[in-house]
Design a protein around this ligand. Structure first.
Ligand code: ZN
Length: 162
């Protein structure tokens, strides 16, 4: 049975804006509200915790510390990779973002931090690591998940099955 407050196992529809250092980084304005299944690590933990118990129509400003957001910036999360390991025709530039596949075949986000004649220095920190996240959220709807959504642990929006 659908509940009238946000709780684990409910599909929450929300409007949101994310600001970091006063700058809007992400927003549902224009693209429409976001749906997520609460309780399944679909949004950053610090935001989800504050949203539990919110009612339909309720708005809230939530400040999330790095530890409860995308993690602290990790000075160890860098790796020097020989240039020879990159395809010869690949344009390498400081600041570009790559998906690096490790030995186990797992794809990982990385940003090119620096380049020398011999090596490429990769930064594996999340782009928002170390950032204090300022969310403004409004709950616009709540519903029960389908069995399949519960099974997968995420929402199936139209045309976005995975
Ligand atoms: Zn799925």
């Amino acid at each position: 049975m659908s509940k009238d407050t946000v709780q684990d196992g409910q599909v929450v529809t929300m409007e949101y804006t994310l600001r970091v250092d006063g700058e809007v980084l992400d927003s549902s304005d224009g693209v429409g509200p976001l749906q997520f299944l609460a309780g399944y690590d679909n949004i950053v933990p610090g935001l989800e915790r504050e949203m539990i118990g919110m009612k339909i129509g309720e708005s809230k400003d939530v400040v999330v510390s790095p530890a409860d957001g995308y993690g602290e910036f990790d000075n160890e999360a860098f790796m020097e990779v020989p240039r020879s390991e990159f395809p010869e025709d690949m344009e390498l530039e400081e600041g570009i973002e790559l998906n690096v596949t490790d030995e186990d075949g797992k794809s990982q986000y990385a940003r090119v931090e620096g380049i020398t004649a011999e090596t490429v220095n990769l930064d594996f920190n999340h782009p928002l690591a170390g950032a204090e996240l300022h969310f403004s959220v409004k709950v616009t709807a709540l519903r029960d998940p389908t069995e399949e959504e519960l099974d997968h642990g995420h929402v199936h929006e139209e045309g976005h099955h995975h």
